[in-house]
Write a protein that binds this ligand. Structure first.
Ligand SMILES: [Zn+2]
Ligand SMILES: [Zn+2]
Length: 166
């Protein structure tokens, strides 16, 4: 089911506004996350008749459960995005920034989906100073030191070691 805003009541009313809130399940926006889980989303919006186009402004909020990109611990990542989009009933105005629509309804599904995905952090962290896992034994270094000797490798030696291992 596409997510739609009906602008019928402001169609003839320049600078007229409709406002509201959607509560959405992630499935409604076809959101998937390979390593995480999406939680329900809310979208608070106003939609304004700006003459020959409609301006949609709103705030999309949600959260996802992800894995810390360093230590793999589960992390709750809050998400928030400011949404700004334009819709035009005139096909010649259609562009990357302006969606064409017919009738009385703006289909905002794709706009919301894109904004939700862009708000996802590329590398979620459980804390900004997460120490991660030991690259040698896999110990979670946030829990304590392991017995591995830190490898302080001279970059020139590293290059050499790479050559030798080939
Ligand atoms: Zn971490
Ligand atoms: Zn170790």
């Amino acid at each position: 089911m596409p997510i739609k805003i009906n602008v019928h009541q402001i169609r003839e009313n320049k600078s007229g506004q409709v406002a509201g809130r959607f509560t959405l399940r992630p499935e409604e926006l076809e959101l998937t996350s390979p390593k995480g889980v999406w939680h329900p989303l809310t979208f608070d919006f106003t939609c304004t008749n700006a003459g020959d186009l409609y301006v949609l402004e709103g705030r999309l909020e949600s959260s996802t459960s992800q894995q810390c990109s360093r230590c793999l611990a589960p992390v709750e990542v809050p998400l928030a995005a400011s949404v700004l989009a334009q819709f035009s009933p005139y096909q010649h105005q259609e562009s990357e920034d302006c969606c064409f629509f017919r009738g009385d309804e703006l289909d905002i599904t794709e706009v919301l989906r894109e904004n939700a995905i862009l708000a996802l952090p590329v590398k979620p962290l459980c804390s900004p100073d997460c120490k991660g896992l030991c690259p040698q034994c896999g110990t979670d270094l946030n829990q304590g030191q392991c017995q591995c000797k830190p490898k302080a490798v001279d970059p020139r030696l590293a290059a050499l070691a790479k050559l030798i291992s080939k």
